[in-house]
Design a protein around this ligand. Structure first.
Ligand SMILES: NC(=O)c1ccc[n+]([C@@H]2O[C@H](COP(=O)([O-])OP(=O)(O)OC[C@H]3O[C@@H](n4cnc5c(N)ncnc54)[C@H](O)[C@@H]3O)[C@@H](O)[C@H]2O)c1
Ligand SMILES: *[C@@H]1O[C@H](CO)[C@@H](O)[C@H](O)[C@H]1NC(C)=O
Length: 441
């Protein structure tokens, strides 16, 4: 399988300089036979050497923002949409099939949470249309497999970028969505050191673009979107409550999510958009994200590879409030169902609109070493633990949600403990990838 996702996501880097070198060497060989051209050979060798050096250097010396713009250009280019057949497909997917059902545009529908939320909405008769750019932050074949899963229940995922304003406008033209479930984002904390602009592209520019289209839509949809527990940053008061300070992000990812919350405030204030932000706490489960610890721990334990277990300074425990995907889905649906209508239309505000932020967590932080012990038991393989100091590149020491607000507003109550949830994850993992070594490398 193409599952190659260690801590560094080098898969994203376009053409490798090594490839270039290899293409050129046979060319040099051909010239060697002509002794009269010895001088020319020498100089062409020098010249080619310079070219190779130039190409070798250019990707790494170019400013880091050249890569993401390539990425965005690529994702904008690959989207092909339009035409009567396409519109019919969009309408059919978004059609409401139950009384008082919603018609929901789900961004990031090929993602982990997006897939589960889309399927749940569809099951209860809501109309669902997906949108995803299928980027390669992690193995896109997993996104394609999720897409195939949704397709079987009649959900169409349009391939496109949330930055593509013409596409978004077209979608609202074709179907008057009552709600937007906005889950498309650049997730992950450590990847920001490799590709910071992908966070700006999806989490800030993309969000603004989406809100622009929503505020112009008539009627305006209500929007529920994914923020993150990471906005609590260096906050040390536990459990984290929505009223706690969130102005000390510890990662660029967190900073872009925090920015999103402020942008949401603006669009609510100026245009009357109904906006609900959900601060997810470490979501896990079947069809999960390969860049998350529970996922690659499982893979590496099965492969007999050692796994890094972080501890904070003075041997402090690193713990997470792991939240099972089904509980998160219930929270998303609860937020959608209690979202009030936006009050504006045609870009104008008519009155004050709803603005909310909720924690969606599990309320029981579990040390990462306990997570590993549970996995060892489920996989029946002993893990090779490598205890390391928590790097200061974005991960916080612990997270713990106070969920009383979501409980009060829409009865949010997580019911799956880590043991039970991981059992379901492992069962899925083994059926998808197999338990042997043949599928990984
Ligand atoms: N999983 C968690 O533990 C967790 C925790 C906190 C917050 N969140 C947030 O929840 C949301 C869903 O997370 P997930 O775990 O399902 O991540 P995911 O990466 O599996 O899903 C995100 C999807 O969005 C798509 N996408 C990204 N940028 C896009 C763009 N510019 N245009 C169109 N599509 C784009 C990706 O291809 C991907 O399929 C994200 O906003 C994430 O930041 C997740
Ligand atoms: C949780 O948050 C609520 C406010 O939403 C607050 O009243 C309550 O005291 C908090 N609980 C704890 C344990 O901090």
């Amino acid at each position: 399988m193409i599952m190659k996702l260690s801590s560094s996501h080098m898969d994203n880097i376009p053409s490798t300089p090594g490839k270039f070198k290899m293409d050129k060497s046979p060319y040099i060989h051909r010239f060697r036979h002509y002794s009269s051209l010895a001088k020319l050979t020498f100089w062409s060798f020098v010249f080619l050497g310079l070219i190779v050096v130039f190409f070798f250097k250019s990707p790494s010396t170019s400013p880091p923002n050249s890569m993401p713009s390539d990425l965005s250009r690529r994702s904008l280019k690959t989207s092909s949409w339009g035409g009567p057949a396409w519109e019919k497909r969009v309408r059919s997917s978004a059609r409401i099939r139950s009384q008082n059902g919603l018609s929901v545009l789900v961004t990031g529908a090929a993602g982990f949470v997006g897939t589960h939320v889309s399927a749940a909405l569809k099951r209860r008769g809501d109309g669902v249309l997906g949108l995803d750019n299928f980027n390669n932050y992690y193995d896109p074949t997993l996104k394609r497999a999720r897409q195939a899963l949704l397709e079987r229940s009649g959900i169409y995922i349009v391939e496109g970028d949330i930055n593509d304003i013409a596409l978004l406008q077209k979608l609202f033209e074709v179907n008057p969505f009552t709600h937007v479930m906005h889950l498309a984002a650049q997730a992950g904390v450590r990847y920001a050191m490799e590709n910071p602009n992908s966070y700006v592209h999806s989490n800030i520019a993309g969000l603004v673009n989406l809100l622009e289209v929503c505020k112009n839509a008539n009627p305006q949809p209500a929007i529920v979107w994914a923020s993150s527990s990471s906005v609590y940053g260096l906050n040390s008061k536990v459990p984290f409550s929505e009223k706690d300070r969130t102005d000390q992000p510890a990662s660029l990812y967190a900073a872009t999510k925090k920015a999103g919350e402020e942008i949401a405030h603006t669009y609510n204030h100026i245009y009357g958009l109904s906006l609900t932000g959900l601060r997810f706490f470490t979501v896990y489960g079947p069809w999960g994200r390969p860049d998350m610890a529970y996922f690659f721990f499982t893979r590496d334990i099965l492969k007999g590879k050692s796994i890094p277990i972080f501890e904070a300074s003075n041997h402090g425990t690193v713990a997470r409030d792991f939240t099972y995907i089904d509980d998160i889905v219930k929270g998303c649906l609860g937020a959608l169902d209690t979202a009030e209508k936006s009050t504006g239309s045609g870009g104008k505000k008519k009155g004050p609109a709803q603005l909310r932020v909720f924690n969606l967590g599990n309320t029981s932080p579990v040390p990462v070493s306990d997570l590993v012990s549970i996995l060892e038991k489920l996989l029946k393989v002993k893990a090779k633990r490598m205890v390391m100091k928590l790097p200061r590149n974005g991960d916080v020491q612990f997270t713990h949600a106070n969920i009383s607000f979501a409980e009060r507003e829409f009865g949010y109550k997580p019911t799956t403990d880590l043991q039970t949830g991981l059992k379901k994850f492992v069962r899925w993992y083994v059926s998808y990838y197999g338990s042997g070594k043949k599928n990984s490398h």
